[in-house]
Design a protein around this ligand. Structure first.
Ligand code: COA
Length: 376
C-alpha cells in the first residue's frame, strides 16, 4: 500500500529538534554545538569536545584538565564487575560484553536516583558512564580472551589510559594522539541509528544506562558501527589474497556479486565525501611506517576508494580510514566498535539529556498489511 507519509528507514524524516549537532551536506560540514567537527578534530582534544557536548561550553585548557581529572577519578569499576566479566562465555562478543557492563552499572544506583530524569542527576550519571565505559570495554574484552585485567591508571589522561589498558603497557605519543583523533572524530554525528535508539528509550523517561545500552546494541550492527571491523577484515583479506595488486579485482568481484563494501556509503552523505573520512585519510600515509605491511595497506586503501568512486560514485565514510588507523596503532579488531561506542557516549548522553529536557514520547504508526477478520 503506498502512503506518502511512509519513508522506509525513516529516510529524510525529521525526528528531533536539537542544539547538539547537524550534518550540513550543502556546506559539507558536521556542526557540533556551533563548531565545525573537522576543526575540532584538528585543534582540540576528545576531552574538550566531550565537555562541549555535556556542558555546552568549549573549555579552556585548564577547565579541560579539570574535567579530565574528574573523569579519570571515576574510571574504576566495582570489583564485582571484573568477576562478572570472568563468568561471560568465551564466545561473548565484545559489544555484547560492553552492553552487559553498562547495564550492570545501573544496579549500583539507588533506584529513585536512577530513574530521576532531572538534568543535574542525568549529568552526574552521564559522567560516570563516560568515565567507566573504556574500563568496561577493554577489561570485558580481556576477560573473554583470558588476558589479565589492566585497571585504569588514573594518573594518565583519558586517551592515554584507554590505549594503556588496551596494550597493557605505556603507549607512545603517536598511539595516544591517534586514538584521541579517532575518539574525537567519532564523538557525535547528528541522528544515526544508535542516537535515535537513545532518544526513543529516553522518551519513555527510562534511565540513561538503558539508553546507552540500547545504543550499544544498535552500534554493533555492520550497517552502523560494526562497519569499521568489517572494513579491516576486508583489508586483511585483500592482503591474504595477494595484496595491492589484487585489490581492484577483489572489489570488482564483490560488486559483481552485489556485495556491500563496508566503510562506503552513508544514508545522509551518500554521493558526497564524509568530511571525517576526507580529513583522516591523510593520516594513513603518515602512520603507515608503524607496521611492516602499512605501505601495502595504504595502497590497498587508495585503490579500493578509487574503484568505489569510479564504479559506484560512492565515497568512504569515517569507518574506512579509522579501521586502518586502529590497525596501525595495534588495536585488536574486536575492540574497534566498542571504542567507537565509548567515544560516542559523550554524544549519546547529551542526546538523552536533551530529549528528557523537552520530552514527547516516540510512538509512530504503521501500514498494516496483515489479514483482518480471523477468529481463533
Ligand atoms: C550506510 C548504508 C547502510 C546506507 O544505506 P541506505 O541509505 O539504506 O542505502 P542503500 O543500502 O539503499 O543503498 C543505496 C544504493 O547504493 C548502493 N550502496 C550503498 N552503499 C554501498 C556500499 N557500501 N557498497 C556497495 N554499494 C552500496 C546500494 O547497493 C544501492 O544501490 P542500488 O540502488 O543500485 O541497489 C550503506 O551505504 C551501507 O550498507 N554501507 C556499508 C556499511 C557501512 O559502511 N556502514 C557505516 C555507515 S557510517
Amino acid at each position: 500500500m503506498s502512503n506518502p507519509n511512509y519513508k522506509p528507514g525513516l529516510e529524510g524524516v525529521i525526528a528531533a529538534i536539537t542544539k547538539l549537532s547537524y550534518l550540513d551536506t550543502e556546506e559539507e560540514q558536521i556542526i557540533v554545538r556551533g563548531y565545525d567537527l573537522i576543526e575540532l578534530i584538528q585543534k582540540t582534544s576528545y576531552i574538550q569536545v566531550a565537555h562541549l557536548l555535556v556542558y555546552d561550553k568549549l573549555p579552556s585548557k585548564e577547565e579541560a584538565r579539570e574535567f579530565e581529572k574528574k573523569l579519570m577519578a571515576m574510571a574504576d569499576i566495582p570489583e564485582d564487575m571484573y568477576k562478572m566479566f570472568q563468568l561471560m562465555p568465551a564466545t561473548t562478543q565484545a559489544m555484547d560484553a560492553l552492553r552487559t557492563g553498562i547495564s550492570f552499572l545501573a544496579g549500583y544506583e539507588d533506584p529513585d536516583y536512577l530513574m530521576d530524569t532531572s538534568t543535574k542527576t542525568n549529568e552526574e550519571k552521564a559522567l560516570k558512564i563516560l568515565a567507566k565505559a573504556p574500563t568496561i570495554a577493554v577489561n570485558s574484552f580481556r576477560a573473554i580472551h583470558k588476558m589479565p585485567f589492566v585497571k585504569p591508571d588514573k594518573s594518565l589522561g583519558y586517551a592515554e589510559n584507554f590505549i594503556y589498558m588496551i596494550k597493557g603497557s605505556k603507549p607512545s605519543d603517536v598511539e595516544t594522539d591517534t586514538l584521541d583523533k579517532i575518539l574525537t572524530a567519532y564523538i557525535e554525528h547528528e541522528m544515526p541509528n544508535s542516537t535515535f535508539a537513545v532518544r526513543v528509550v529516553a522518551s519513555t523517561l527510562s534511565d540513561i544506562y538503558g539508553s546507552v545500552a540500547s545504543a550499544v546494541a544498535s552500534l554493533k550492527g555492520p550497517l552502523h558501527g560494526g562497519a569499521n571491523e568489517a572494513a579491516m577484515k576486508m583489508f586483511l583479506e585483500v592482503m591474504e589474497k595477494g595484496g595491492p595488486r589484487v585489490a581492484e579485482s577483489y572489489i570488482m568481484d564483490k560488486l559483481a556479486r552485489k556485495d556491500k563494501i563496508m566503510g562506503f556509503g552513508h544514508r545522509v552523505y551518500m554521493k558526497k565525501y564524509d568530511p571525517r573520512a576526507y580529513l583522516l585519510k591523510d593520516y594513513i600515509p603518515q602512520l603507515a611506517h608503524l607496521k611492516p605491511e602499512g605501505k601495502d595497506l595504504a595502497e590497498i586503501y587508495t585503490t579500493i576508494a578509487n574503484v568505489m568512486e569510479r564504479e559506484k560514485g560512492l565515497f568512504p565514510n569515517a569507518d574506512y580510514p579509522i579501521a586502518l588507523l586502529y590497525y596501525l596503532i595495534n588495536v585488536p579488531i574486536d575492540l574497534y566498535t566498542p571504542i567507537f561506542l565509548c567515544s560516542r557516549t559523550a554524544g549519546l548522553v547529551a542526546h538523552h539529556m536533551e530529549q528528557q529536557e523537552n520530552n514527547r514520547l516516540f510512538r509512530p504508526r504503521v501500514i498494516y498489511e496483515g489479514p483482518r477478520g480471523l477468529h481463533p
